[in-house]
Design a binder for this molecule. Sequence first.
Ligand SMILES: *Cc1c(COP(=O)(O)O)cnc(C)c1O
Length: 401
Amino acid sequence: MLSKPENLAIISGKPFFSEYLHVGRPNIGDRQRLMVRINDMLDRRWLTNAGFYVKEFEKQVAKYLNVKHCIAMCNGTVALETAVRALGLKGEVIVPSFTFVATAHCLQWQEISPVFADIDPQSCTIDPAAIAKLITPKTTGIIGVHLWGRPCQIEALERVSAEHGLKLLFDASHAFGCSYKGRMIGGFGTAEVFSFHATKIINTFEGGAIATNDDDLAARLRLMKNFGFHGMDNVVYLGINGKMNEASAAMGLTNLEDIDQFIEANRRNYAEYGRCLEGIQGIALLPYEETEKNNFQYVVIDVDPRSAGLSRDELLAVLHAENVVARRYFYPGCHRMEPYRSFFPDACLWLRETEVKAQRVVCLPTGTAVRRKDVRAICGIIRLALENADALRQRIARLSN
Ligand SMILES: *Cc1c(COP(=O)(O)O)cnc(C)c1O
């Protein structure tokens, strides 16, 4: 544990951690079981196209989420694009800007305009009250994002979408294993889309899935993700190649079996962060709803630059110097990235809360690769840095000039 400010790497040049501690290091389930499955897959000589493991993975995910249909996909972005298309969205779709850029790209890629709504500062998810004034005759849908596994205000979104005849889709990439009012995320809206990217609570290397209780939508999605093939030589629909492969499904099944362990490791880290950050001026650890299921995959702190003494970016510089690769999820917001910045040069005027949060939050490392003593050391660095904010601020300014 560091105790003297001159030992901080931003001054000494010597990082506390000899190896990088990244946000989003993958959780990896039991290797033996994975290898048995991979060997079996090779013995079967069946690597993709509705194979044994994909079917089994879809079945297990649907069961876990308590939904009728799970359609496994090659990644979350293609899953979003395919869901958007299968729902018949066009024209304009309302989305938060405070999200990973794929939420907007999945629309723009098919020439649908994402229209950015502000977030509610409490939950950091799309503000249902901000939606009504963005609706035009071209609006066809809303995509809510359960940011950092914290569910959207689902009923309020259901109300606006019903009132205006809009489709409601959720980007649930962060929320596998989370619940809302006792029901698993996955069964809300017309469909919910998950990502199983390496950084998510469970991964399939790359992968994703669409969960829905709508039989017709599920049937369309199954055609669409396989070029529209219905039988061997019969294409009945415009489609894409969105299939998950067997190795990914084998990884997914293995990780799904160990998800409770992953969540428990995250929960312990989160509790440790809570204890160690307690009482540090200007640092607020974002809470989880304790009565719900949470995956604790995103440890997010809000840095109030005035009471902390350092800005979020200054603190980030201190952490990065120590090889703690904390991340600004999500900076600077989609509306400040191309092509959206050019489309909406004034968006910052109506995305006030998004702008504030994008300047203040940072995600800290957790997951099965992060030990409790790592958490303690990270918090010790944060505490020491803020206690010596004045000296460090000058140092950071000098370094960045
Ligand atoms: C990870 C993520 C995606 C995209 O998922 P991929 O599987 O990487 O394509 C989409 N939306 C959000 C909010 C994400 O975090």
